[in-house]
Design a protein around this ligand. Structure first.
Ligand code: C2O
Length: 341
């Protein structure tokens, strides 16, 4: 059977790793109502178009920063506040929730894509409502295109509200990414790195992901052990980019190098906006590349607060089509598509 929405009254201590607890609680406020309603995505009148991060103008960057200042200024117990939103990731990924007596983990399985889609969906709506701009959309970090294969410049401006000092200092100022980063910088020139990245994208999206279970990850149901196995993109480049951004000076490579702290880096949501875009693109690549139809997947539920701080249960089945959720992506070339090694 499917994994139900977590029981918030049983949310406990989150663990960084081994027996190291997160030194604060990651649990959300408990809603006043007992029966948390299902979320119905509001009817779409106009799409939010998520822009590629490297293409946005100063006006967009100013708005984005303003939304973050306001989010950071909300009271800490407001479920829309910066820390409460970051803690969603901590609670769902560091063992704070239990389901069927076992730890709930939204990574390393088929829950990876839908969980993060819902997570950034509400996050985007919260930012938009804080600046009263119903068209505001998160930028996607276009790391699958050579033009986007570095930390987007807007995140690298000290003193702004989307800057974060807990990042790898070597990987700033346009340093070209290695999408397969495993803790050491490769010895290669920039052109080689870009070519390697495109080859890697071809492999993870096409060669190694011809069917749903290889792309999305293994089934994860009520009562089964967490972390049955991840899909191609979750593993590489997603996990690699987390490590590439994370700060090796911090004990657990905070913020991006650990689940509990990742949501404290605004770059996280841009990384994930592009992961989300990969889901959409993958379904256009043909063959057996379609959404999972297993009812245990479709009926899995998560809990979130929306932009009005109202609690909701959401289902995986309601997030398969991002257009129904009211957003699309600014079109961009997909150069890896023809990058057969
Ligand atoms: Cu929930 Cu990029 O991780």
């Amino acid at each position: 059977s499917p994994i139900p929405s977590p029981t918030l009254t049983q949310c406990g201590t989150a663990i960084i790793e081994g027996d190291k607890p997160v030194p604060y609680t990651c649990c959300p406020p408990i809603p006043e109502i007992k029966d948390v309603p299902y979320y119905n995505p509001p009817p779409v009148s106009r799409f939010r178009v998520r822009p590629a991060a490297h293409t946005v103008d100063d006006e967009y960057i100013a708005k984005y920063n303003e939304a973050y200042s306001r989010m950071k200024a909300l009271p800490t117990d407001d479920p829309r506040s910066f820390m409460q939103q970051a803690n969603i990731h901590c609670a769902y990924c560091n063992g704070a929730y239990k389901v069927g007596g076992k730890e709930l983990q939204v990574h390393f399985s088929w829950l990876f894509f839908p969980f993060h889609r819902w997570y950034i969906y509400f996050y985007e709506r919260i930012l938009a409502s804080l600046i009263d701009d119903p068209t505001f959309a998160l930028p996607y970090w276009n790391w699958d295109n050579p033009k986007g294969m570095h930390l987007p410049d807007m995140f690298d401006v000290e003193g702004t509200s989307i800057y974060n000092e807990r990042r790898n200092q070597k990987h700033r100022n346009g340093f070209i990414m290695d999408l397969g980063y495993a803790g050491e910088d490769v010895v290669a020139n920039d052109l080689q790195k870009l070519v390697n990245n495109l080859t890697l994208m071809y492999r993870q999206m096409i060669t190694n992901a011809p069917c749903p279970s290889l792309f999305f990850g293994k089934p994860y149901r009520f009562g089964s052990e967490p972390s049955p196995g991840m899909g191609t993109i979750e593993n590489v480049p997603h996990n690699s980019i987390h490590r590439w951004v994370g700060d090796p000076r911090q004990p657990n490579e905070e913020d991006m190098g650990n689940f509990y702290s990742s949501g404290k880096d605004p770059a996280f949501f841009s990384l994930h906006a592009n992961v989300d875009r990969m889901w959409t693109i993958w379904k256009t690549l043909g063959g057996k590349r379609k959404d999972i139809s297993d009812p245990d997947y479709l009926d899995t539920e998560f809990f979130f607060y929306d932009e009005k701080a109202k609690p909701f249960r959401v289902r995986v089945r309601d997030c398969l089509d991002e257009k129904k959720l009211g957003y699309t992506f600014q079109p961009m070339d997909i150069p890896w598509k023809n990058f057969k090694p």
